[in-house]
Design a protein around this ligand. Structure first.
Ligand SMILES: C[S@@+](CC[C@H](N)C(=O)[O-])C[C@H]1O[C@@H](n2cnc3c(N)ncnc32)[C@H](O)[C@@H]1O
Length: 314
């Protein structure tokens, strides 16, 4: 039903899509997948299906292409923020993609213990893991070692607010995205680079709960760009079995259509505080990072990859 109804809804004028989506949600039978966003990473989880999607495969492959030359250099150090289920390493940088004597260190920062285990299991031999179980905002900037690269893929949007001041203005304390980026910029060795991947959609805290523009922005990214790609995978990917196809449909429902409900959630519960391309560019500049290259990593123009270097030579 989703596969036939959603494309029809997306042909409606934009102003009619919100009500049509609500009607579709009411008409859909309930599914038995209670998994919440980011909560589980097992082989049968929606997260595993998500990282097997074409959207995520494209993103990880693009990151792997930029990382591979560095990983061939002995003694490299990469800092990764938010490791997910280790798909970057497991799927996009398998052992045979690297020289047999590749040797270096990955410092992973993530608040979820299970993520440390999954990334450890995904690393090629010769790459050792140092795992800090923490949110990036909690990490003392001076405690991070110098690194050749950092990777922050689909993680900075979990930090609400552009900066500390904006957070304070909305009743939140602590660092925002700017301070997190400054922490990362500060660890780059001379010649080092950073990779950031984020969806091109503005839904940060200046858009208040219940504001119609916020719902419109969430529909734009989750429903107009993300969901059709997942449904296309479910319909056409020759490497997928019936179970994976069903999980992609469940991702489409729970992680795309149901995400639109976040438009009415209290600010602190939103979980995704994303910026669009011009806002990310402005923030990188403020953090002392220059964009050397940028591109969408999928045909839907959802996920943008930014290749960053320090603005001032080190
Ligand atoms: C959407 S997943 C992205 C995973 C992976 N980077 C990828 O692209 O497939 C977000 C990851 O960031 C972690 N995470 C969430 N908030 C974080 C924070 N404030 N600091 C560090 N990691 C965080 C989650 O536990 C999860 O592993």
């Amino acid at each position: 039903m989703l596969a036939t109804s959603l494309p029809a809804i997306l042909t409606l004028p934009r102003s009619e899509q919100s009500a049509a989506l609500r009607a579709l949600r009411c008409a859909l039978p309930p599914t038995a997948t209670p998994e919440a966003w980011n909560s589980r990473f097992g082989p049968t989880s929606l997260f595993a299906a998500w990282t097997a999607s074409s959207l995520m495969r494209g993103l990880h492959r693009s990151n792997a292409e930029l990382l591979r030359p560095l990983l061939a250099r002995p003694g490299f150090r990469v800092i990764e923020i938010g490791g997910g289920d280790g798909a970057l390493w497991r799927d996009a940088l398998p052992p045979d993609a690297l020289p047999p004597d590749a040797q270096g260190e990955l410092l992973l920062i993530d608040p979820v213990a299970e993520v440390g285990e999954l990334v450890r299991a995904s690393l090629p031999e010769g790459v050792s893991l140092r795992f800090r179980q923490a949110r990036l905002e909690e990490v003392d900037p001076g405690s991070l070692p110098p690194a050749d690269a950092f990777v922050a893929s689909l993680v900075l949007h979990h930090i609400a607010g552009a900066d500390r001041a904006q957070r304070q203005a909305h009743g939140l304390s602590g660092p925002g995205k700017l301070e997190a980026l400054q922490t990362l910029a500060g660890c780059l060795r001379p010649g080092g680079f950073g990779l950031v991947n984020e969806a091109d959609i503005h839904c940060d805290i200046e858009l208040a709960p219940g504001e119609p523009l916020l719902e419109e922005r969430l529909i734009d990214s989750y429903v107009r760009r993300c969901a059709p790609s997942l449904l296309q995978d479910a319909a056409r990917r020759p490497d997928a079995d019936a179970d994976l196809r069903a999980r992609w449909e469940a991702v489409c429902l729970h992680w795309c259509l149901e995400q639109v409900d976040l438009a009415n959630a209290p600010l602190a519960d939103r979980d995704v505080y994303e910026l669009d391309v011009p806002r990310w560019r402005a923030l990188f500049r403020r953090a002392g990072l220059a964009v050397q290259a940028e591109q969408f990593t999928d045909p839907q123009n959802l996920f943008r990859q930014y290749l960053l270097t320090p603005s001032e030579p080190r």
